[in-house]
Design a protein around this ligand. Structure first.
Ligand code: PMP
Length: 308
């Protein structure tokens, strides 16, 4: 199993951090290209962190079952990490997730179980919990597991601090799904002495699906909710800014960024536009950071590519 851990560790990459200034906005935003992680999204970080910790502490060993509920990116990341560690992964996702996501997960030898679309992500979470109990499977539980944020605190924030020439960050902007990214990166930067303000990129969606207690997922900007997650609420931050972005705006900016050479999914456009607004609102040329969570290939069958 330790050979597998070495394989998993060697698949870790440092993702690039680049300043992007689209001509129509004219302000620089530092963007961490998380879509360049091996499985194509930032969720590789939490899958690697959580599973390797479980293997090291002998909670998991080769052949053991793992189940997780997600709308896609997390399942793909856990499928890849499980393949590398020799674990048996089952992804539980709501019906209606893109075809591409199901195909990728199955390609890594994992199983996919779809829960009714009407029950949303909460239906998938309930099923994952049930299956974990029935099969005595390991359930990472990304929506409640603090190691989700810890992965970003230890890895993503650390990378940013090594990469950013100014050595500091004033604003960190991100949409929230589990909240792991917004909480973890903010905590990591604060711990390093950057007085950073976390900024929520909030999708104001005309189509919302599936309540998870406080909030609903945006159907058109997959992976993000229209509010704050439990992980964020329990993080204890004293300041928070928020910028609302419509689905149409987020998708339009995503298309512009793709044309500028960044092969991203819609939540990256949401993050970028909220970062531009946060920069302008600040008024004193802040160092403004955001992430591009995943890749465009996952959305070929969606409206993002309906008029390219
Ligand atoms: N974008 C995409 C595409 C996602 O899948 C997710 C996570 N569901 C996010 C953004 C939000 O990340 P986090 O869960 O760390 O809040």
């Amino acid at each position: 199993m330790f050979e597998s851990l070495a394989l998993l560790a060697s698949s870790r990459v440092t993702t690039p951090l680049v300043p992007i200034k689209l001509p129509e906005f004219g302000v620089p935003v530092w963007c961490k290209l998380e879509y360049l992680n091996p499985s194509g999204s930032t969720k590789d970080r939490i899958a690697r962190y959580i599973l390797s910790k479980a293997v090291r502490s002998s909670v998991l060993s080769a052949g053991d079952p793992v189940v997780e509920a997600s709308s896609g990116s997390t399942s793909i990341a856990f499928a890849l990490a499980s393949a590398q560690l020799g674990l048996q992964f089952t992804a539980i996702m709501p019906e209606g997730v893109s075809r591409e996501r199901v195909t990728i997960i199955k390609a890594y030898g994992a199983k996919v179980e779809l829960t009714p679309a009407d029950d949303g992500i909460q239906g998938s979470i309930n099923r994952a919990k049930q299956l974990a109990a029935e099969k005595n499977a390991f359930w990472p539980s990304q929506f409640t597991n603090q190691d989700n944020a810890k992965a970003h605190q230890d890895e993503t924030a650390g990378e940013v601090l090594c990469q950013i020439p100014t050595g500091n960050v004033d604003l960190f902007v991100s949409g929230v799904g589990t909240g792991g990214t917004l909480v973890g990166v903010t905590k990591g930067l604060l711990a390093a002495g950057c007085p950073v303000t976390p900024v929520l990129a909030r999708p104001v969606s005309d189509k919302l699906i599936s309540d998870i207690e406080c909030c609903s997922f945006s159907k058109r900007i997959p992976g993000v909710v229209d509010g704050l997650s439990e992980i964020f609420k329990t993080a204890g931050f004293t300041k928070l800014q928020e910028f609302e972005i419509s689905d149409d705006e987020a998708i339009e900016v995503t298309r512009k960024l793709i044309r500028a050479g960044f092969p991203i999914g819609p939540s990256s456009g949401l993050n970028y536009l909220a970062a531009v607004r946060a920069y302008e609102d600040h008024g004193q040329n802040p160092v403004c950071l955001t992430v591009f969570p995943d890749r465009m290939e996952r959305y070929f069958s969606t409206e993002l590519f309906s008029r390219m």
